[in-house]
Design a protein around this ligand. Structure first.
Ligand code: ZN
Length: 443
């Protein structure tokens, strides 16, 4: 039994309650009690009292779209790489990296990324993986990394025709193998989906092949209309918009993640809503790739479940929240826009998304929820209450504020020290492997 107390509990429950001088009690992997610190100390004989030191005690963040395979791109410079558009970025950088990743590279990309997630208070990660250099076993390398670190995760491999039919089949097989594995795993820490790259690298035959092979309704995880290239390709080759094409292949549904949706029309939004498909917005990525700004406010108005992700740009969900906040004000020319939508994406909809995959409540501090809890250092300079907490977080809290991270009842980071692995050794090996990868890319 662990007590986490002496802090402000930001519950994120239906009333968005805040408990001053709050304390929660964890038994096994579940939050079993919540109250005031002194009262809880008397009530429960705990082995450990984790002191929040008057900071914030919050549910861990959920990232519904990440790319572990992009980890080794940090600091990389590619010879003669000067992209003029999104296709150039994919072909000149990301596909070059993923074709040269060996299994150990994938393993260390996973370690490094999950460590970053723990440091930033992210406790559930949905990853979209590609390593066409070595497809078979790649999801199991990531899975092993997640297991050693203790991070809750949902994995898939992005199927694509871009490297030929053989590799496409290997990718489908990797998804199928991992989905079977995840189904047998009773810890509820790992889930599997069928990953798809994007409409423009998937033929009709390939989509049929995926549908024939998906072992159960675990859902699809696919980039949708990220850049205009994808949209034009679909209209030209299939004479319909992308979301309609996915609908026709029975890919949409309540377990499917449609990522980006930058360039979709209002009929496509209706289709997402009618099929209860989830969408995920990644503001930094969209701005960095200069692909355009998705119709986030409209998707919201239509009632689509829209989450907030990072697309590999960062592991810090608070950073993604800050960028989304300014992007939609800037884009709509309305300084009053997105106050409600952006926090709802991160704190409400990401929770709805995660709960479609994992069995117990996540992203909330309440009795019976999974003990995925973080402590952030924060001493508010103005009054803090449940009406203005999101403004405090937006302007005063970042991933670097996170001091301690608990996932599934286990303390993974305490006072900024990672307890579960030797991070120095992992980072040293990760630097060696990435240097070799960079030589292969430029060699
Ligand atoms: Zn992505």
């Amino acid at each position: 039994m662990i007590l986490v107390g002496n802090g402000k509990i930001i519950t994120r429950d239906d009333n968005n309650s805040i408990i001053e001088d709050g304390c929660l009690c964890i038994e096994g992997n579940i939050i079993v009690d919540i109250g005031f610190t002194e009262e809880m100390k008397k009530k429960h004989a705990a082995e450990e009292f984790l002191d929040a030191d008057k900071g914030l005690i919050m549910p861990g963040s959920i990232n519904p779209h990440h790319h572990i395979y992009s980890a080794f791109a940090r600091g990389l410079s590619i010879n003669n790489y000067s992209p003029e558009n999104f296709s150039d970025i994919l072909e000149g950088m990301w596909w070059r990296i993923d074709r040269l990743l060996f299994l150990e590279d994938t393993r260390y990309s996973a370690y490094a990324t999950y460590i970053d997630c723990i440091k930033n208070g992210v406790t559930t990660v949905f990853d979209h993986h590609a390593s066409y250099g070595s497809v078979e076993g790649s999801l199991f390398e990531i899975s092993q990394g997640a297991k050693e670190l203790g991070v809750r995760t949902c994995l898939c491999y992005e199927v694509s025709d871009r490297d030929g039919e053989g590799k496409m089949r290997d990718a489908v097989k990797e998804n199928v193998n991992f989905m079977h594995y995840a189904k047998r795993d009773s810890s509820d820490m790992q889930k599997g989906m069928m990953g798809l790259h994007a409409s423009f690298t998937l033929s009709d035959k390939t989509l049929e092949y995926c549908a024939e092979n998906i072992p159960y309704q675990g859902g699809y995880h696919i980039h949708v209309a990220e850049g205009m290239e994808d949209v034009q390709h679909c209209l030209k080759n299939f004479d319909k918009p992308i979301v309609k094409r996915l609908f026709d292949f029975n890919i949409l549904g309540e377990k499917t993640l449609a990522i980006h949706c930058t360039h979709i029309n209002s009929g496509e939004m209706e289709l997402l809503k009618d099929t209860n498909t989830m969408a995920v917005h990644n503001p930094e990525s969209n701005m960095g790739n200069a692909v355009g700004c998705p119709p986030v406010l409209e998707l919201f108005k239509k009632g689509v479940v829209l989450g907030l992700g990072t697309d590999g740009y960062t592991s810090d969900m608070f950073e993604s929240m800050k960028v989304a906040n300014v992007l939609h004000k800037h884009n709509s020319g309305n300084p009053n826009a997105a106050w409600e939508e952006v926090p709802s994406m991160l704190f409400k909809n990401n929770r709805i998304i995660a709960e479609r995959f994992f069995e117990k409540p996540l992203g909330v501090i309440e009795k019976g929820a999974y003990a995925d809890v973080i402590i952030a250092e924060y001493d508010p300079l103005t009054p803090l209450n449940s009406n203005n907490i999101n403004s405090h977080i937006l302007f005063g809290v970042g991933g670097g504020s996170v001091k301690s991270t608990i996932i599934n009842g286990k303390i993974l980071m305490k006072n900024r020290e990672i307890l579960v692995v030797d991070t120095e050794r992992i980072m040293a090996r990760s630097r060696e492997l990435s240097e070799k990868l960079w030589r292969r890319i430029n060699g």
